[in-house]
Design a protein around this ligand. Structure first.
Ligand code: FA5
Length: 342
C-alpha cells in the first residue's frame, strides 16, 4: 500500500507539473481529489488494512492530499478562473445592483421646505420636544383654565421640573418655538421651526399621535395679512412645483388675532374639483393669523411698534397631498416597498 501511494504521488506531481491551462487543472483535480478519484479509493481501502499499518498509511495519504490541494490552489491563482480565461469578460451578464440608502420621505420633505424658506431669508429653528407648560400654552395666550387647552389632547409628564412643579408636557405643536425665538432674536424676525410633536389622539388614516409640523413666524414694523398670503403662496407653489392660489377664512387660535384657516387651490385638479378636494376645488392647508399682542409681549416685543404673522401645519399632510399617499401610517410602517418609492 505504501508503494502504491508512492507511485500515486509521483504520477500526480508529474501531471501537475505539465499543466498548461485552467481546464487541465480541473481534470487533474477531478481525477485525484474527486469523490470517485484515486485518493478517495485509497481512503476506502484503508478499512481492509491491518490495524498497525492503517495509521501510517492514513497519515501518508492525508499528506499527499494536502500537498495536491495546495498545488492546485497555487495553479488556480496562476491561471485564473474559467470566466476570466484569455481576458474574456461577458459584458452581457446582468450587473449586480448595489442597494443604496436614502433619506426618509419626511426628511426629504422637510429639506425641501427648509430650502424654500432659506431662499426667502428665513432662519431655520428647532425647539424642545419636552416642553414647559409656559412655552407650549401660557406664553401663547392660553392660561391654565382656558378652554382652548382642550383643542389639543396633551401628553402631560408625570415628573417635576427643576422648580419642583409638575409643568412638563410633550409639545403639542411647533408654536412652542414662537416665544422662544422672540426672546432669543427679538424683532425684526423671520423664522421657521420644523419638528416632531405629540398628541394623545387615536390613530387612523389621517391622524397620528406623533407627527411633524412646520411653524412660520415673521415680525416687523408693517407686517399684514398680505405678507402672510405672499409667503404662503410662495411656499405652496415651491413645494408643489406649480402655481397655486390661496384663500383665507376666519379661524380660531388663541395666539393669533385675527385667526385664519388657509385653503389652497387643489393641486390635483387645478381647482376644477376632484375626489381629493371633495369637488370643491380647494384643500384646507393650515392655521395662521397675526400674532396676538399678548404673545409679542411675552416675547419681549412691543406690540405698538411691531406686528407679525404666524402659521403652522402638518408636514405629513403636506407630503400626502404632494405624493398622493392615502394613509399617514405608512410613514412609520417601516414598509420598504413604500419607502423605496422616494
Ligand atoms: C396648530 O397646531 C397650531 N399651532 C397652528 C397655528 C400656528 C395656528 C400658528 C396659527 C398660528 P392644529 O391643531 O390645527 O393647529 O394643527 C395644525 C396642523 O397639524 C393641521 O392643519 C394638520 O395638518 C396637522 N395635524 C393636526 N393633527 C394631526 C394629527 N393627529 N395627525 C397628523 N397631522 C395633524
Amino acid at each position: 500500500m505504501k508503494n502504491k501511494l508512492q507511485n500515486l504521488k509521483q504520477e500526480v506531481l508529474s501531471q501537475l507539473a505539465g499543466i498548461a491551462d485552467i481546464f487541465d487543472i480541473e481534470k487533474v483535480e477531478k481525477k485525484y481529489l474527486g469523490k470517485k478519484g484515486e485518493l478517495a479509493a485509497v481512503f476506502k481501502e484503508l478499512k481492509s488494512l491491518p490495524e498497525k499499518e492503517k495509521k501510517a498509511v492514513a497519515q501518508q495519504a492525508q499528506q499527499l492530499r494536502d500537498e495536491v490541494m495546495d498545488k492546485i490552489v497555487e495553479l488556480k491563482n496562476k491561471f485564473g478562473s474559467i470566466d476570466e480565461k484569455d481576458g474574456f469578460i461577458d459584458v452581457t451578464l446582468p450587473g449586480v445592483k448595489i442597494e443604496g440608502g436614502h433619506l426618509h420621505p419626511l426628511t426629504q420633505v422637510q429639506r425641501d421646505l427648509e430650502r424654500i424658506f432659506l431662499s426667502m431669508g428665513f432662519k431655520i429653528l428647532e425647539g424642545p420636544e419636552l416642553e414647559s407648560d409656559y412655552y407650549n400654552f401660557e406664553a401663547l395666550n392660553i392660561p391654565k383654565t382656558h378652554p382652548a387647552r382642550d383643542m389639543q389632547d396633551t401628553f402631560f409628564i408625570d415628573q417635576k421640573n427643576k422648580a419642583g412643579e409638575y409643568d412638563l408636557v410633550m409639545r403639542t405643536h411647533t408654536s412652542n418655538v414662537q416665544v422662544r425665538a422672540m426672546e432669543k432674536y427679538g424683532a425684526p424676525l423671520r423664522a421657521v421651526a420644523l419638528g416632531k410633536i405629540y398628541r394623545n389622539e387615536n390613530i387612523d388614516a389621517s391622524h397620528e399621535h406623533t407627527f411633524y409640523q412646520i411653524e412660520g413666524l415673521m415680525i416687523d414694523e408693517r407686517i399684514s395679512l398680505a405678507n402672510l398670503a405672499g409667503v404662503l403662496k410662495e411656499m405652496f407653489s415651491g413645494f408643489y412645483q406649480k402655481e397655486v392660489n390661496i384663500r383665507m377664512r376666519p379661524g380660531y387660535f388663541p395666539f393669533v388675532e385675527p385667526g385664519l384657516e388657509v385653503e389652497m387651490s387643489c393641486v390635483f385638479c387645478n381647482g376644477r374639483g376632484c375626489s381629493v378636494c371633495k369637488k370643491t376645488g380647494w384643500v384646507e392647508m393650515l392655521g395662521a393669523g397675526l400674532v396676538h399682542p399678548n404673545v409679542l409681549r411675552a416675547g419681549g416685543i412691543d406690540p405698538d411698534k411691531f406686528q407679525g404673522f404666524a402659521f403652522g401645519t402638518g408636514i405629513e399632510r403636506l407630503a400626502m397631498l404632494k405624493y398622493g399617499i392615502d394613509d399617514i401610517r405608512l410613514f412609520n410602517s417601516g414598509d420598504m416597498s413604500f419607502l423605496n418609492q422616494f
